[in-house]
Ligand binder design. Structure first.
Ligand code: SF4
Ligand code: SF4
Length: 290
């Protein structure tokens, strides 16, 4: 079982369908982001454990390029602190739809990853690629410097339509979590290379994102080698074998988003529980592992 389910499921599986993980008391921890609005100003305002994330991540990226002997240790430390402080777990479409049935309230907002890394400002409901969940969303309107594009509260039906649209456009559904125990504050629509989770994973091996509860499996008899799934996969888990004219999946890289399955025109892909594959369960990052 995924360690997050072991620790926070409390009878629910997966843990992010446990209503307690959405509740208001988990919003106790406060961050001072009202300091000087510069990178250094914000850095200084972060609580000490978040400074660990920044320090270890910066050092891990640097070590990969300049001092490879130190890289594995720094990468693992960055992964550990990143998961605890602002991690996320990959979801299938069905799991994401279930989350918006549980959470209340829900609001759409501009994505901060896209603003910080690509300079993309999302300013209206049709453009937003981030969903805030639970009462913490009421605070977001009070942080104009953080949520520049504004926010729009949505109905459960609107929220489902947004999830379906994000899925059709090829975004990965990821839980937005902060703290330990993790509070579920959002539902992200991520993609590589813009978003921090997939980018750190693919470029630097930092497992800020926890793999989902499923993995994709191919039925080669049904695959006609069209390659649609290869384009769809944001994690580099799929390739097309030129000679055989079939898709090949590296299951160790599969994060379980299900986007390939959702676009396969022949129904050759299915999602199976990760627990069915002992080697993949072993690889599941342990929440407390440094
Ligand atoms: S999308 Fe489906 S049919 Fe096309 S290559 Fe992938 S598995 Fe095969
Ligand atoms: S192989 Fe499919 S399910 Fe796995 S990460 Fe890629 S797109 Fe997602």
């Amino acid at each position: 079982m995924c360690e997050l389910c072991e620790r926070y499921g409390d009878g629910y599986k997966p843990w992010y369908h446990n209503p307690y993980c959405f509740c208001r008391p988990l919003y106790r921890r406060k961050k001072n982001i009202h300091g000087e609005n510069t990178l250094e100003g914000r850095y200084g305002a972060f609580p000490p454990e978040e400074r660990d994330v920044i320090d270890y991540t910066r050092e891990a990226i640097k070590a990969k390029l300049e001092d490879f002997a130190r890289y594995p240790e720094l990468r693992d430390a960055s992964s550990h602190y990143s998961r605890i402080n602002a991690g996320g777990q990959v979801l299938t479409l069905e799991e994401a739809l279930k989350m918006v049935e549980i959470a209340w309230p829900m609001e759409l907002q501009g994505c901060r990853c896209r603003r910080w890394y690509e300079g993309i400002e999302e300013r209206c409901k049709e453009d937003y690629t981030c969903m805030g969940l639970t009462p913490g969303s009421f605070k977001n309107g009070k942080w104009p410097e953080m949520f520049r594009g504004g926010q729009v509260f949505v109905t459960p039906e609107d929220a489902k339509q947004w999830v379906l649209r994000m899925n059709a456009e090829g975004f990965i559904h990821v839980t937005g979590t902060v703290g330990d125990p993790p509070k579920l504050y959002g539902l992200c629509a991520c993609d590589y290379p813009t978003c921090i989770g997939p980018r750190q994973l693919r470029d630097y091996g930092i497992t800020r994102m926890t793999p989902g509860h499923y993995v994709a499996v191919i039925d080669p008899e049904k695959c006609d080698g069209c390659g649609t799934c290869v384009i769809r996969c944001q994690f580099g888990a799929l390739t097309r074998m030129a000679k055989q004219k079939k898709a090949y999946i590296n299951m160790y890289r599969c994060m379980g988003c299900g986007l390939c399955r959702d676009t396969c025109p022949t129904g050759a892909l299915r999602m199976e529980p990760r627990e069915n594959f002992p080697a993949l369960v072993e690889q599941w990052p342990r929440y407390n592992q440094v």
